[in-house]
Design a protein around this ligand. Structure first.
Ligand code: IVH
Length: 678
């Protein structure tokens, strides 16, 4: 391989600096300045030059951010200055005590200025830079020495590999928190769960686990971020005089600084900052477990010094914990508005995330199996953000011998209909449909909706009232409501009552597809309802069709066919249909729009080669429109479809004056009847 020319060396340097800039704009400033594709081109050009000229390789090239598949052994790093921990204040009073101690020690009567920083919930890291280049990164460890995680830290896009600006001291140590933003955490856990792997309990564990990966390529794929919160240099005269300005300096070197940081004069403003941040906690894109107050002036910090392992100039005011241990006393199954049967853990009440929690969702049976949750287990409950409380982990060591397995009930706990679990779907469902009280309101709402039977005036509010009062149970009961019944309801006037009765009355004679759609069979939307109606012509035919027959209808696959079958197999649904018939509801069996089987009674002949569909496909489609497809042309033939190189049959058709369609004509015909040609 040839040696790199000065031009190549210069290009490599230029690329590194440009790519570093764009990383900074994108990951630190959240302000991308070039399209991703352009960035990728620059990145690939640099990768190519580095692989062509290995002598140009550098540990701090932006190409290192993709990590290496080689296994690292984490060496030990002794911290030049110990990495201390923080004392906690557990109440406003304890915070006032802290402030009083600070002022007493400093001999001040006036208020002290503090920096209020969110306490990010990740893990502390220490980064060393020499002449502006990252040399080592270490975890906190026991505070005196930690693990060398340099290769992994390099993969975090918001960590500068080279410090920006021209006022960078020769030796710099920056400390901060590596964390995983909420959405990245949720995506990662979803990915792990999909692969059947163990998930992380919280973003902090996910960040720690990701930084401790032996292969930095794995770390590189984890959505990690870093915010700096302190800086140390050997020559202190090079730093500003306050924590706040120090942070601004660190920011100017290319680090991310948490945007929620602010200054507060005196303890009352600190308490205000605490309350404001606590109120904001759930809306932040990352997790924080409290707020840290630091005396702003560095000379004052110095005067205050340390006690044992914590500074006297800083304190953390923790927020309510978002994870606690409790016991699963029972698992019950709830039925949602769409029939989803969801396991819910009944918990020994526990205070977590600021509220007392006594229920947590377990999502579905897959989740129960994945976590191996049993009744009687001690579990981690997590309630973060405004999401519903989750069971994130079982403490198997605490499992009692009498712990019981959770089983999916065979019948709906609300209505007793079969619970069905479709293969490949995580959610189990009640098949009760219109009958199940849990689904009743939703079923009635759907039945009355605009695209279904369009019962004007029957909004959600009235449906709630009618069902709650026991005036209707199923959609069939709607047809027995009288204006007198309705007028007894609060806020229902004479006029509205009679309008509603009229609107219900108008919904007695729908076309078949609308009625079918209105039944709310799972996954039978408008298009499928139309296709079913025009294929079968009557509700009885649809109700009688087996899954195989159902699947001959365009767009009906095995899953939809299964839903249709199980709907009609449920006694309750058949009873509701009978009740509807008895109430005088009838549906126009001959569908108007789709024309049902418009070619019924006709004999068609296919000849020649079709270019965009096979002859078999064409035959099926014609048959689905009711035609019989024959092999020879006679006087009775309704139409001949002639493809390329049609021969004697076409000649015969012309002879007998039988209409002939070319392929385009056939396609137009199919399209007209809602069939996708080809
Ligand atoms: S200052 C001497 N500032 O909290 C001061 N710590 O218990 C030492 N943390 O291990 C830390 N955000 O991981 C400081 N803005 C912040 C912080 C912060 C999170 C973590 C850090 C440390 C722990 C202290």
């Amino acid at each position: 391989m040839s040696k790199a020319t000065p031009e190549t060396i210069q290009r490599v340097e230029e690329l590194r600096s440009v790519i570093d800039d764009h990383n900074y704009y994108y990951y630190v400033l959240d302000d991308p300045r070039i399209p991703d594709a352009e960035y990728d081109r620059l990145f690939r050009e640099l990768q190519r030059l580095e692989s062509d000229y290995p002598e140009l390789a550098s540990d701090n090239s932006p190409t290192c951010r993709v990590g290496s598949a080689a296994e690292t052994r984490f060496g030990e790093v002794v911290h030049r200055l110990p990495m201390l921990s923080l004392d906690n204040a557990f109440s406003d009073d304890e915070l006032r005590d802290f402030d009083r101690r600070v002022r007493d020690r400093l001999g001040l009567s006036e208020e002290v200025e503090y920096v209020c920083e969110p306490k990010l919930d990740g893990l502390a890291v220490s980064l060393h830079y020499e002449n502006g280049s990252l040399t080592t990164a270490a975890t906190r460890g026991d505070g005196y020495s930690g693990e060398d995680i340099t290769a992994n830290i390099r993969t975090i896009p918001s960590v500068p590999l080279k410090l920006r600006g021209d006022d960078v001291p020769e030796l710099v140590e920056v400390r901060g928190e590596v964390y995983m933003p909420r959405d990245g955490f949720e995506q990662l856990n979803r990915r792990l769960a999909d692969r059947g792997e163990k998930t992380f309990v919280n973003p902090r564990n996910a960040a720690a686990g990701s930084l401790r990966q032996k292969k930095s390529t794995v770390t590189a794929r984890r959505p990690l971020d870093m915010c700096a919160y302190s800086v140390a240099v050997t020559d202190e005269s090079l730093l500003p005089e306050t924590q706040w300005e120090g942070l601004q300096r660190v920011r100017s070197w290319g680090f991310r600084i948490n945007p929620e940081m602010r200054r507060a004069r005196g303890v009352d403003e600190c308490l205000e900052a605490y309350n404001e941040l606590l109120a904001k906690r759930d809306t932040l894109p990352y997790e924080i477990d409290g707020i840290v107050f630091k005396v702003n002036r560095l000379d004052q910090q110095k005067a205050l010094g340390f006690v044992s392992r914590a500074p006297r100039w800083a304190i953390a005011r923790k927020f309510p914990a978002q994870e606690e241990l409790t016991v699963i006393e029972d698992v019950e199954f709830q039925v949602g508005r769409t029939g989803a049967v969801t396991p819910v853990a009944r918990l020994k009440p526990v205070f977590v995330g600021g509220v007392t929690v006594s229920n947590a969702t377990l999502h579905n049976m897959d989740e129960i199996r994945r976590l191996d949750v049993r009744i009687g287990d001690t579990v981690f409950i997590r309630r973060a953000g405004d999401v519903i409380p989750q069971v994130v982990k079982v403490v198997t060591e605490k499992r009692p011998v009498k712990a019981r397995q959770v089983e999916l009930p065979a019948t709906c706990p609300v209505c007793g209909s079969d619970v069905i679990q479709i293969e490949g779907e995580a959610v189990a469902r009640c098949s009760g449909g219109l009958f199940c009280p849990a689904q009743r309101k939703e079923a009635i709402r759907h039945y009355a909706s605009r695209k279904a039977l369009d019962i004007e005036g029957l909004g959600d509010k009235w449906i709630d009232v009618l069902v709650d009062r026991g005036m209707i149970e199923t959609v069939a009961d709607l047809y027995h409501l009288s204006a007198d019944d309705l007028m007894r309801l609060e806020r229902m006037g004479e006029k509205s009552a009679s309008n509603l009765v009229d609107a219900i009355d108008r919904a007695r004679n729908p076309v078949l597809w609308r009625f079918l759609y209105a039944l709310g069979i799972r996954e039978v939307g408008e298009a499928t309802a139309k296709a079913l109606a025009s294929h079968f012509g009557t509700l009885e035919a649809i109700a009688a069709a087996d899954e195989e027959t159902l699947q001959t209808v365009p767009d009906v696959g095995p899953i939809v066919a299964g839903h249709i079958r199980s709907f009609f197999e449920q006694t309750h649904n058949r009873e509701t249909l009978d009740a509807l018939r008895e109430a005088g509801v009838s549906w126009q069996e001959e569908p108007i729009q789709q024309g049902g089987q418009p070619l019924k009674g006709q004999t068609w002949v296919l000849t020649g080669t079709l270019s965009e569909m096979t002859r078999d496909e064409a035959r099926e489609k014609l048959e689905s429109l009711g035609a019989r497809v024959a092999g020879s042309v006679s006087r009775k033939t309704a139409c001949v479809v002639a493809g390329e190189a049609a021969g004697s049959k076409l000649a015969r058709a012309e002879q007998l004056d039988v209409p002939v369609l070319d392929e385009a004509g056939l396609r137009a015909l199919l399209k007209e009847h809602g069939l996708e040609p080809g």
